[in-house]
Design a protein around this ligand. Structure first.
Ligand code: CDT
Length: 311
């Protein structure tokens, strides 16, 4: 058995006016709970340090950049790194990254038990739109504020296993899990900010969104025989509700821990990384069963190509 006790540190809403320092203080409290429950690894949400700012249209790039971090750790997040290292707990969390050469990414990092950043992932499947859309009841401007990630879907040997990361919308795409699955991933962390309603379709509310959340996470875990730890930032931010429903899913696709609240809440599960072996050696033994000669379209085309019309 290779058991990692993992804490999913769901976070309630962060309002526009909340400072990074106040948010980090909340994250440290969640770390305190994780320490009391003897966690080895704590997973925080996407864009954990701020409100979900892509819902706001900002024509002024200088204002946009105020939501980004130019270095990590920085003065605001240093207490989080120090506390995690003092507790000997690894962690992952998401933030908006502004690189020294001016690139903007929606980023997640993996930090080992000593407080060292050992992995970085930049979100690849950016949802939403580029321009202000007056038909929507609220905006989702990730495609405006971020560039698609440029690091692929790497995995890392860390915490005694093989770990990978993805971010929010990535969880809806089977390619995300499979690219990591093909590198033997044993545990995937992901954070999300998912609006509770669809700004373009009234009929799609929180129940359906929670269903899609579970469906994507459970199938990704099962089909790649990996643990998945999915953690929300949730509740109502500046009048905009987001789903909660943080989950830990085992390599059989079963939910083993699930958040009950829409607020700061730690969910915990013992994740035996050896539990990934059975699936990887049987029904999802990729080497024996995948038929890559028939998968060319997966990388050759993005959109749908319809069959010819019947004549
Ligand atoms: N942050 C993020 O990627 N949110 C998207 C919203 C898409 S609308 C369902 C998500 O996939 O949850």
């Amino acid at each position: 058995m290779r058991v990692l006790r993992v804490g999913g540190a769901q976070m309630g809403p962060i309002q526009k006016a909340d400072s990074r320092q106040a948010v980090v203080a909340r994250m440290v409290k969640l770390l305190d709970q994780a320490k009391a429950q003897q966690c080895d690894l704590v997973v925080f949400p996407e864009l954990a340090l701020t409100t979900f700012f892509p819902r706001w249209y900002m024509p002024d790039q200088a204002e946009v950049d105020t939501w980004f971090e130019r270095e990590m750790p920085n003065a605001a997040t240093r207490p989080l790194f120090d506390k995690a290292a003092a507790y000997n707990i690894g962690m992952s969390f998401g933030y908006a990254e502004l690189t020294p050469d001016g690139h903007h990414f929606n980023t997640s990092i993996l930090v080992d038990r000593s407080g060292k950043i050992v992995g970085k992932y930049r979100k690849i499947h950016l949802p939403g739109h580029v321009e202000f859309d007056r038909k929507r009841t609220f905006q989702h401007l990730e495609k405006r504020y971020f560039e698609p990630g440029d690091l692929g879907f790497p995995v890392w040997r860390a915490m005694g296993g093989i770990l990978g990361m993805c971010i929010c919308n990535d969880r809806r795409w089977p390619e995300t899990y499979r690219v990591m699955g093909l590198q033997g991933v044993e545990l995937i962390t992901l954070g999300y900010n998912t609006p509770a309603v669809n700004s373009q379709r009234d009929s799609e509310g929180p129940e359906q969104r929670l269903f899609h959340n579970r469906l994507s996470l459970q199938s990704g875990a099962y089909q790649n025989s990996t643990w998945v730890v999915a953690v929300a930032k949730c509740g109502t931010e500046d009048g905009h509700p987001m789903i909660a429903g943080s989950l830990i899913v085992n390599p059989d696709g079963e939910i083993v821990a699930e958040a009950k609240s829409e607020d700061d809440e730690l969910i915990v599960a013992d994740c035996d990384l050896d539990a990934t072996i059975f699936g990887k050696e049987t029904i999802f033994d990729f080497k024996r069963h995948r038929r890559i000669e028939h998968y060319g379209r997966i990388t050759a085309q993005a959109g749908i190509v319809l069959p010819p019309e019947a004549t």
